[in-house]
Design a protein around this ligand. Structure first.
Ligand code: MTE
Length: 334
């Protein structure tokens, strides 16, 4: 007799939502029928009303050509190679996590068009020699771009591989001139519920916040992506500037960044706040440490029928393992 087994890597969409958030969503669903137009509930299938309200608005006027388009494609840095094929661009454009624009994988492609990319100002503050605000095009002129091939492993047990273009984060940190007392760099996404309706959801602490230690941010692998596939980043992928730290689960790689704050204090991230028993600060990839609700031993390689064994630090141990010496008491892998 044929018994159909669901493999451990086959997570349903948005399975990574912390359990208590999913429960709260259900409560919102129950209450949802009574919601007045304009009242926002939580993200999830039941809150389609939230997106409907958003979609019924006038679509934003189309933006002009991207002023940074001439910077792409940038020269590839041959030091960063892949052990697998690049994921087709069309998959990367259609399968995204960007909760500000919805919790289904296809929502960001449909809804992120509302994001305006110019003007786009990035704030650099906290423990720095001189706090400043810089327009994205001035930042792109100040620091040279390069292309790198990176793996990308989501905590939901799927993976991709892609050519990012961007700024080595250690160059950015040197340019930002943090003070010696800075221990962390805290990065935030924009906050605008008129553009991203799910940011009105009370289930998450918006704006999306993430952080790295200064040692991590100045590791050769940490990258600020401004493009992919030889062009400026697509909105659903986190335009105009996002983090790419391939040895960590994808949720560390915050999208559409508007501020970099250098701090002595470790930040509380959006996912830590939403599910502290499931998501931590470090979030380094480790096949031997399961998520509380599923195994991390394998990954589904999007765009193929492959399942691959997941590697420690997503295969980047040589570059990053030394960052975690002496931190064995910390929850490094969640
Ligand atoms: N950044 C913001 N602002 N909002 C998000 O919902 N999702 C994270 C991360 N950065 C997210 C985010 C998660 S869970 C993953 S796996 C990656 O973005 C997904 O990046 P991709 O859609 O380009 O594959």
């Amino acid at each position: 007799m044929l018994i159909r087994r669901t493999p451990s890597w086959a997570l349903p969409e948005s399975a990574a939502t912390p359990e208590h958030v999913a429960m709260n969503r259900r409560r919102f669903m129950a209450a949802g029928a009574g919601l007045a137009a304009g009242a926002f509930a939580a993200p999830g299938a039941a809150e389609a009303g939230l997106l409907d309200i958003f979609k019924s608005k006038q679509p934003p006027a189309p933006e002009g050509p991207d002023p940074s388009a001439g910077l792409y494609p940038a020269k590839r840095n041959p030091a960063f190679k892949l052990d697998r094929d690049v994921t087709p661009e069309k998959i990367n454009l259609a399968y995204n996590n960007y909760y500000e624009f919805g919790t289904n994988k296809w929502d960001p492609a449909e809804n992120a068009g509302a994001l305006r990319l110019r003007p786009w100002t990035v704030k650099i503050g906290g423990l720095v020699e001189t706090p400043r605000e810089v327009g994205i095009d001035d930042l792109l002129k100040a620091l040279p771009l390069e292309e790198r091939l990176y793996r990308h492993r989501c905590v939901e047990a799927w993976s991709m591989a892609l050519p990012w273009t961007g700024i080595p984060m250690k160059d950015f940190v040197a340019w930002a001139k943090p003070l010696g007392s800075a221990k962390y760099v805290v990065m935030k996404t924009f906050l605008d519920t008129a553009v991203a309706p799910y940011q009105a959801s009370p289930l998450y602490e918006w704006p999306y916040t993430e952080g790295l230690t200064i040692q991590e941010a100045t590791n050769e692998l940490a990258f600020l992506a401004t493009g992919a596939y030889g062009k400026p980043l697509a909105k659903q992928m986190g335009a105009p500037i996002r983090l790419a730290v391939p040895w960590k689960y994808g949720f560390k790689s915050v999208k559409s960044i508007v501020s970099f704050e250098f701090s002595e204090k470790r930040p509380k991230t959006l996912w830590q706040a939403a599910g502290p028993s499931e998501y931590g600060f470090w979030a380094n990839v480790n096949p031997e440490v399961s998520h509380p609700r599923w195994s991390q031993a394998q990954e589904r390689v999007l765009g193929t029928n492959d399942r691959r064994p997941t590697q420690l630090y997503n295969g980047y141990a040589e570059q990053v393992a030394s960052l975690y010496k002496g931190l064995e008491g910390e929850k490094l892998f969640m």
